[in-house]
Design a protein around this ligand. Structure first.
Ligand code: SAM
Length: 222
């Protein structure tokens, strides 16, 4: 018998209604759908936003890195979880979408906690590695073809007890359909296989939104 329940639109609505969403987050999400239509589905769901927020609170993480800002929704959810000293660096190469974020971050009083870098994710992470930056929470939600390289770079950037989270690992369920063999789906499959077998890290894959993998450097190598 399957342990996971199947999702229906009603159940998803119920889940979202029961995820507490800050008013500015709601406004930003509404704005992004008005502005971009279905493209706004690129941002994490309200329950994923709430989950990221809770992870940061539980871990008391204060130095956050995000790759994939988009309109700043997940950035805002994470910024709202930070303590007084907490900071987020968020990287996205798209100026058109990220330009909207600042207004909402300001409205939620977290603008001073956030640094937006409009650049290619790999380039920024490489630079952080050279400058020996250390983060305690990293959220990767950008180009899927870059995930493996992001993992390599992140292992140099994450603190020993830090957490790396990768989004979209279930790729709308396409990963299990053998008739689907497009490049992006195969890239996600390869990444999932790679990280599961990577003995440098402990991981857990969870079915929330489009699927997330949580990853931490192993304390003791197998
Ligand atoms: C799924 S969206 C991010 C959604 C956002 N995390 C949220 O939940 O609100 C992916 C973003 O990654 C950005 N992106 C894609 N490839 C990138 C790259 N190589 N470097 C930097 N950003 C990239 C895109 O411009 C897009 O805004």
């Amino acid at each position: 018998m399957l342990k996971n329940i199947s999702f229906t639109p009603e159940l998803e609505k119920y889940l979202n209604q029961n995820s507490i969403e800050n008013l500015v987050l709601q406004e930003l999400r509404d704005f992004s759908f008005k502005e971009l239509g279905d493209v706004a589905n690129m941002q994490v769901s309200p329950e994923q936003a709430s989950f990221l927020h809770m992870l940061i609170k539980i871990g008391n993480y204060s130095q956050i890195l995000e790759v994939g800002t988009f309109m700043g929704y997940s950035t805002l959810a994470m910024a709202l979880a930070l303590n007084d000293n907490g900071k987020i660096i968020t990287v996205d190469h798209d100026l058109k979408t990220t330009k909207h974020a600042t207004k909402f971050w300001k409205q939620a009083n977290v603008l001073d906690k956030i640094t937006l870098i409009n650049e290619d994710g790999s380039k920024s992470l490489q630079q952080f590695k050279e400058e020996k930056f250390i983060f305690d929470f990293i959220f990767i939600d950008a180009d899927k073809s870059g995930y493996k390289n992001y993992l390599e770079l992140c292992l140099n950037l994450i603190s020993d007890n830090g957490l790396i989270v990768f989004d979209n690992v279930l790729w709308k369920g396409k990963v299990t359909d053998p008739s689907i063999n497009d490049k992006k789906t195969n890239t996600i499959r390869e990444f999932n296989d790679f990280i599961k077998n990577d003995n440098r890290v402990d991981t857990t894959m969870i079915s929330i939104g489009d699927g997330m993998t949580l990853c931490q450097k192993k304390k003791i190598l197998r």
